[in-house]
Design a protein around this ligand. Structure first.
Ligand code: RP5
Length: 159
């Protein structure tokens, strides 16, 4: 496998069931990724040290999944100019609505691209990361086109 170009970070090991689809999607598109558990509040130093070297380590996009008062994507975006794709997760009594608002409502100046709550968002964040890479990588572009074609072909004309 080549060097990771996408980082997938999540606030808790308990987020992995929701976030594994991001890794699977990137794998299907032939994009190497680095998957880490990093919490903005429980492991703040892990976050800053990971982000301090992410760009020089070849990371081009960061996907950040978190639930509850989900500040991981926002804090990540504050520490890097890499594109940050936020995935709100359904891990609290508010069923992800809290995480959705926390992720999408970034104050002006530090953007986080926010995806759907949960597994759909994780997979779509990976597809979006691929779309970013595809702008300058013809092989990723081809993989993405093939993915779309296979997805279309898999939809039956009748139920
Ligand atoms: C967030 O708190 C994590 O992203 C997770 O979704 C949520 C709950 O974490 P655990 O208490 O299950 O580890 O930081």
């Amino acid at each position: 496998m080549t060097d990771p170009r996408v980082a997938i970070i999540m606030g808790s090991p308990n987020d992995w069931d929701s976030m594994r689809g991001a890794e699977e999607t990137l794998e299907r598109l032939g994009i190497a990724c680095d998957v880490r558990v990093i919490s903005a509040h429980r492991t703040p130093q892990r976050l800053t040290s990971f982000l301090a070297s992410a760009e020089e380590n070849g990371i081009e996009v960061v996907i950040a999944g978190a639930g509850g008062a989900a500040h991981l994507a926002g804090v990540t975006a504050a520490h890097t100019i890499l594109p940050v794709l936020g995935v709100p997760l359904d891990s609290s009594p508010l069923q992800g609505f809290d995480a959705l608002l926390a992720t999408v409502q970034m104050p002006k100046g530090i953007p986080v691209a926010t995806f759907a709550v949960g597994k759909a968002g994780a997979a779509n964040a990976a597809l979006f990361a691929a779309a970013i890479l595809a702008r300058s990588d013809e092989s990723v572009r081809k993989q993405l086109i093939e993915f779309r074609e296979a997805q279309t072909a898999a939809v039956p004309e009748r139920p």
